[in-house]
Design a protein around this ligand. Structure first.
Ligand code: HEC
Length: 158
């Protein structure tokens, strides 16, 4: 039996349609202990890293269409397993600090495809320096001091 182009086409459309019904783990679990940083650092981390390394992923339209949705949801769960800023503590900071500095220094080479698709998410040189300076500070200097000043407000969401 030879498959005509037309039947290949209809099978593809059908399988794409069926794919849409396969359930996915595309949820944002609760934020348990968000990383404490000055507001400007948090702003940049939220912009460039939170989609894959927090429980505050912004799932955009494309994230709902299989098979792209499968790829995205697996990237996010691998990302969250490695580093999750929504369940952060001192222990994790010690373990991950050096790796995070390395990734920040790498710039958009970490998850290049994501930053090509979302160029507005890239950190600029100034933001990278700011985050690295903050990460290089000793632990006791890392938590924001003036908790509720306009600049450091932790309750401000983006
Ligand atoms: C598109 C999703 C995505 C974005 C955005 C993203 N990461 Fe990742 N990241 C991953 C995945 C997936 C892994 C684990 C697999 C890997 O290493 O490729 C990872 C691994 C890591 C690791 C572990 C070390 C390593 O190199 O594997 C660190 C640290 C890290 N990311 C930090 C960051 C920081 C900081 C940002 C923001 C500047 C960021 N990531 C942005 C998906 C992402």
């Amino acid at each position: 039996m030879t498959l005509s182009l037309k039947s290949i086409g209809s099978w593809s459309v059908l399988s794409l349609m069926i794919m849409q019904f396969i359930p996915l783990n595309r949820i944002n679990p609760p934020v348990v202990s968000d990383i404490q940083t000055p507001y400007a650092v948090k702003n940049s981390l939220k912009k460039a890293c939170y989609d894959c390394h927090s429980n505050e992923t912004v799932w955009r339209g494309i994230a709902y269409i299989a098979p792209i949705s499968w790829m995205l949801s697996s990237t996010v769960s691998t990302g969250r397993n490695v580093v999750n800023f929504s369940i952060w503590n001192n222990e994790k900071r010690k373990l991950k600090q050096a790796e995070i500095i390395k990734v920040i220094a790498e710039g958009p080479r970490h998850r290049q495809f994501y930053y090509i698709c979302n160029p507005e998410k890239q950190l600029d040189a100034r933001e990278r320096t700011m985050i690295m300076e903050w990460l290089n500070k000793p632990a006791h200097e890392q938590s924001p001091h003036i908790k509720n000043s306009g600049y450091n407000r932790q309750d401000k969401t983006l």
